[in-house]
Design a protein around this ligand. Structure first.
Ligand SMILES: Cc1ncc(COP(=O)(O)O)c(C=O)c1O
Length: 442
């Protein structure tokens, strides 16, 4: 087939290969500033978090706290550790329960488990993909101690509702802001919306380092002091000339290196500029896609801003005029057709967290704290919105983070429009990929 037929059946790709270059879609963007900053650390000989005065780590901490609007920030080794330290420093007790959204990255579940806190999974809102406050209210028990508000994909949770719920039940409100750097909720930044917040600086994040890193923010001076102890073997180093090697609490080593901090400080200097460009590029893409029937594009409520870390698209068979195919088959058909056009759509989280193998089989952990809630992890039927979203949606990751991705995103829009002009072929493929009715009921 020629002309403007689907690439899968021999037509031209909507996203030509030679348009997809590192300078347009590569991430992170690395400039001479990063190169010089990293070399500067090597030349300085100050490699750790604990250089007195104005080491790179301390500077990053101050700059991030100022941008977020909190009194304190502690840099740590990665985002998962940031969550763990946030829980511990906030005083979330082992054996208690924490509400965690059923749709998130595994770290949101593993961090509590590592601190012997039981994750109780809560369904998401089907439009924002963040924790549904009504479902959260229904999941509270006398053992609940905290709510983990995951700002998934870069969109802040409904924090007013979650705050009200937390206050009503005396719970801690902890932000997992790993995907939502500098997003705003009612004029305040993520990281300043709960009692304590954890960010990731992983290389794929909106605020990356050249590897792994994390940040924890809080207004609470005591919580901050515990964070510092818990990233440094339980020791107190602040204000001491000489290390005394006394560990006041059982704690490991969770520090960030100065190289990682120096790299991130350069990225931080361009965070706002990159966000503005990304916001323009993504909105121009979504404006075009919003017109396509049956395609639900990411939604940003008026009272918040979106960091656009991940773009999730839902495919509604009915709106697309597709009959006789399961939602999963429609999603799989769209994925194949779009990838042939050159758009790397992919699933992000193939199962709800409570269906993750490690949680269902309880492997790799000595049994405790699982005994507290036997049988809680499994099919996940109590999270219907999470299941539906996973079944009928795909995501675009990373490409759109680059501020120069605008033209490629317009090609992506053209790919969607082209595929939508051939929905009869997508429908035929989806029907062929659907399980036979006899299989489906088994
Ligand atoms: C929602 C969420 N929480 C926590 C993390 C953990 O961050 P890290 O990979 O830096 O450990 C991630 C990382 O992908 C994440 O997406």
């Amino acid at each position: 087939m020629s002309g403007n037929g689907l690439a899968m059946f021999g037509g031209p790709r909507a996203v030509p290969k030679d348009r997809v270059t590192k300078d347009r879609v590569g991430w992170p963007v690395i400039t001479d500033a990063e190169r010089q900053a990293v070399v500067g650390v090597l030349d300085s000989g100050q490699f750790t978090s604990n250089n007195p005065g104005a080491g790179q780590v301390q500077l990053l901490e101050r700059e991030w706290a100022a941008l977020v609007g909190t009194a304190h920030c502690a840099a740590v080794s990665n985002g998962t550790t940031a969550l763990e330290l946030a829980l511990t420093a906030a005083g979330v007790e082992p054996g208690t329960e924490i509400l965690v959204p059923a749709l998130s990255f595994i770290a949101s579940a593993v961090a509590p488990v590592h601190r012997l806190v039981v994750p109780v999974f809560v369904d998401i809102d089907p439009v924002t993909y963040t924790m549904d406050p009504r479902a959260a209210a229904a999941a509270i028990t006398p053992r609940t101690s905290a709510i983990l508000a995951v700002h998934l994909h870069g969109l802040p949770c409904d924090m007013a509702e979650l705050r009200e719920l937390a206050d009503r039940h005396g719970l801690l409100l902890i932000e997992d802001a790993a995907q939502a750097h500098a997003a705003e909720y009612r004029g305040r930044r993520t990281g300043a919306l709960g009692d304590v917040a954890a960010f990731s600086l992983n290389v794929v994040k909106n605020l990356p380092t050249c590897g792994e890193g994390g940040l924890v923010t809080t207004d609470d001076p005591d919580l901050y002091a515990r964070l510092l102890r818990h990233r440094q073997f339980g020791e107190d180093l602040e204000g001491r000339g000489k290390r005394d090697y006394i560990s006041h609490e059982l704690a490991g080593n969770a520090k960030l290196s100065a190289v990682q901090a120096a790299f991130t400080r350069c990225q931080l200097g361009r965070l706002e500029e990159y966000h503005q460009a990304r916001d323009r590029n993504v909105r121009a893409l979504l404006d075009r896609l919003g017109a396509l029937p049956g395609l639900r594009v990411p939604h940003c409520p008026d009272d918040r801003t979106h960091a656009w870390h991940i773009l999730r698209f839902r495919f509604r068979a009915e709106g697309m005029g597709i009959e006789g195919a399961t939602p999963g088959a429609v999603r799989a058909a769209v994925e194949r057709v779009m990838r042939a056009e050159g758009v790397p759509l992919q699933q992000y989280q193939p199962v709800p967290l409570p269906q993750q193998k490690a949680l269902v089989s309880r492997e790799g952990f000595g049994g405790y704290p699982w005994r507290l809630r036997p049988g809680d992890y499994g099919p996940g039927e109590e999270h219907p919105n999470t299941l539906a979203v996973i079944e009928d949606s795909l995501t675009l990751q990373r490409w759109h983070l680059n501020p120069a991705a605008g033209p490629v995103l317009q090609d992506c829009a053209a790919a969607f429009e082209k595929v939508w002009a051939h929905l009869d072929q997508v429908a035929a493929l989806a029907r062929a990929m659907s399980p036979a009715p006899s299989e489906a009921v088994r």
